[in-house]
Design a protein around this ligand. Sequence first.
Ligand code: ATP
Ligand code: FE
Length: 370
Amino acid sequence: SYVLGIETSCDDTGIAIVDTAGKVHANVLESQQEFHTRYGGIIPPRAQDLHRARIADAFERCLAESQLQPEQLAAIAVTTRPGLPLSLVVGLRYARHLARRHQKPLLAVHHMEAHALQARMEHIEDLQYPYLCLLISGGHSQLAMVYGPGRLTLLGETLDDAPGEAFDKIARRLRLYVLPQYRLWNGGRAVEHAAQFARNPDAYEFPLPLARQRNCNFSFAGIKNNAFRAIRHQERNERTPVDGIISNYSDFCAGLLRAVSRHLMHRTQRALEFCLQPEMNLFGQAPPTLVVSGGVANNDVIFANLEHLAKQYNCRCFRPSKRYCSDNGVMIAWHGIEQLQHGIKPVSSHDVDNIQVEGSAGFHESAMER
Ligand code: ATP
Ligand code: FE
């Protein structure tokens, strides 16, 4: 059967149709990046306007691309939490409208859970529950055991910023966007690219956060503040013009990427050791498996390091394909498929008003508390 997925939790309008086998029949994604970069960040009412202006057209294109009729859908899945409330309601209202009009049941989807389950869509044969998931994105940094849709146990999360947020803020402060090739890129992608051209990759060194804490929490605020300080120091030394960029920005990016990567590995190592203790054995009969997901999972350096770490623990390592790491409608549709397959009852088209958004104004709230 087919499920339609609608994602509008932040600044991407995503609508997609996925079937039970994990085949993607349509994937429409409208990014607002170009608009928001002009203002140096997301302005929630503007994000809402853009979702509203685009959502109906995105749905029509999704249907056309899939060559399916609404009658053929088993259900409609929509992100209801967490995210920007103004953005979330646009997707939910449209989902309610479609559910009523075509008499389809509605499924509420937790955005972070959708990130966490997405890798299964493409590895349905060999990625079984439970697994350890490192969720790294623009708003979150979490380690969780994943047992199924709606069944996650949090092992640790960030005490302050998320890694994607840190990349974005530091890249903006560094003014990487003045370079034409990075103008429309997110901070993480720009830092990853620039780091490849470092001539002296060890020029910048940032201290390892929470080095002595024996838990699975994260902290990126220290790296961020140290990075800001290092940029300011270098700008003074070089007398960089106000709208310019320090000359050794590639070296800086290499140091930053290494710092973030080391911290993620350090915390993931701790989680792996915890899960693999014989008296714990959280994986049960399943082979020990690490899944990396969320927008920061796009990063090849970070993923390669985590893969290497996992191998040392005889642990398999997966991530979604790049096009599904960042926000998209496919992961919402896939979460809907998983819900149906795990016997979670959708809300009937007569009761769609019972589903409501549970937004979070900022992006620092912990996910997955249900
Ligand atoms: P959340 O999922 O926590 O609600 P979000 O949906 O805004 O946040 P995602 O779309 O999952 O976040 O991810 C976006 C983040 O991923 C951005 O902060 C961006 O900097 C980061 N990112 C994207 N590509 C890369 C990359 N190659 N390296 C590092 N970070 C990256
Ligand atoms: Fe996301």
